[in-house]
Write a protein that binds this ligand. Structure first.
Ligand code: F0G
Length: 398
């Protein structure tokens, strides 16, 4: 069953609907887990190991073996920050971001519904993922990207997998509005995170975190927030496992935004339930360059209900954290993902996060998604002849 998160109006699972017809709010799938957690044991460690908890038709699954991503204990960085740190590396998914979890489920639903065309607006990763899954499913794929603001790796993926890419003169929020209008006219099936089936895939990040901690929740899950779907999805996942009795505690959901694109943090700091859109969002972390997040209600509920928090970080803090994670722990992530590490650092400094807390930072996309930002952050290689004397001289003098 699909239910409105605000007024509780209910809809059939197979209705193609993105917002509540009665009140206009966002929707979620309602499902109860009625299996024992032991059934997950011994299965291949991908997202579909949790298939009983995902409300789609198993015979229609479109998968690239997503999920089951690395869960790295990061003692060096954790010790430096004074916390017990685990990093969930979502860049290890097939197209290099957590979006693949949402897309495998969303595309499976598209096949169930028998649609022929899928579409999304994107800051990059959603389009990269959708285009790959649409190729695998054999569907037509249309993506709208904010002109000049999509990191090169993501653009390359969307184009290479054969999506019809429209470069929109405008920002992500404007591109999404246009894409949603076309979806409502029924020209295509919308696979942005306003589609509740997307979040049914992404909630498995929450499942895996608690499973990987030996059926325990961390004190806190820290992650970047853009359109605000992922924080909502992870909260739904951990709550489902809590309600099923698989875990005894719930984590504090902690959402980090870039200073130039922080409607959710602004609302949180005022205690509001809805955001006031940021008109011209700007940040180096282009993935989360979003001013009017569609899942604001769900995200703020997740933060309030979990006794969580939201904070902003500057672009410099993001770039420093990106390098720190790469050079201390060997984990290469794109700027938006590093916002989680930057936020963790800031919240420890501010005393919001206590020393010794067990933290899981979700790093959402791979370093190579945004090669330009990575290269710009480094000293360029030394150009030199393949002459052993010169090389020895340079290297030994360092
Ligand atoms: N991190 C990365 C790498 C992302 O690509 C996104 C969102 C987020 C974090 C934020 O997640 O929107 O669920 O709060 N990227 C979308 C896209 C908007 O189009 O690829 P969110």
């Amino acid at each position: 069953m699909i239910r409105c998160v605000s007024c509780g109006e209910e809809y059939d699972d197979d209705e193609v609907i993105y917002t509540c017809k009665k009140c206009g709010s966002v929707l979620e799938l309602v499902n109860e887990i009625d299996v024992s957690k032991d059934i997950f044991d011994g299965r291949r460690d991908n997202l579909w190991k949790f298939k009983e908890c995902i409300p789609v038709d198993e015979s229609k699954i479109v998968s690239l073996d997503e999920g089951g991503t690395p869960f790295c204990k990061c003692d060096k960085l954790g010790d430096e920050l004074g916390v017990n740190l685990y990093v969930k590396v979502e860049g290890s998914n097939p197209t290099g971001s957590f979006k693949d979890r949402g897309m495998t489920v969303g595309m499976t639903k598209a096949m169930e519904l028998g649609v022929s065309t899928v579409g999304c607006a994107s800051t990059g990763n959603t389009s990269a993922s959708l285009s790959a899954y649409a190729a695998r499913a054999g569907l037509r794929c249309i993506v709208f990207l904010p002109s000049g603001k999509v990191a090169l790796g993501k653009l390359a993926q969307a184009m290479f997998h054969g999506a019809e890419v429209m470069s929109i003169n405008g920002n992500f929020d404007e591109a999404l509005e246009a894409m949603t209008a076309l979806a409502l006219e029924k020209h295509l099936y919308l696979l942005n995170s306003i589609n509740p089936y997307r979040l049914e895939g992404q909630k498995t990040i929450g499942y895996e975190i608690v499973r990987d901690l030996g059926w325990q929740a961390p004190d806190r899950i820290v992650l970047p927030v853009g359109n605000a779907g992922n924080i909502s999805a992870i909260w739904k996942g951990v709550k489902e496992f809590y309600d099923a009795g698989f875990i005894k505690d719930l984590p504090m959901m902690t959402g980090i935004q870039a200073e130039g694109a922080c409607p959710v943090t602004n609302a949180f700091k005022k205690g509001d339930k809805r955001v006031v859109p940021v008109e011209n969002p700007e940040t180096i972390a282009t993935a989360i360059r979003i001013g009017a997040p569609v899942s604001d209600i769900k995200a703020l509920n997740a933060i309030y209900d979990s006794n969580g928090y939201s904070e902003t970080v500057t672009d410099d803090e993001i770039l420093d954290a990106q390098k720190l994670l790469a050079r201390t722990e060997g984990i290469g992530v794109e700027p938006a993902s590093a916002a989680s590490i930057a936020g963790l650092k800031k919240l420890v400094d501010e005393g919001v996060i206590d020393k010794g807390e067990t933290i899981t930072c979700v790093v959402t996309g791979h370093l190579l998604k945004d090669p330009n930002t990575a290269i710009d952050a480094c000293t360029q290689p030394t150009q030199v002849d393949a002459d052993i004397d010169t090389l020895r001289e340079i290297l030994m003098s360092r």
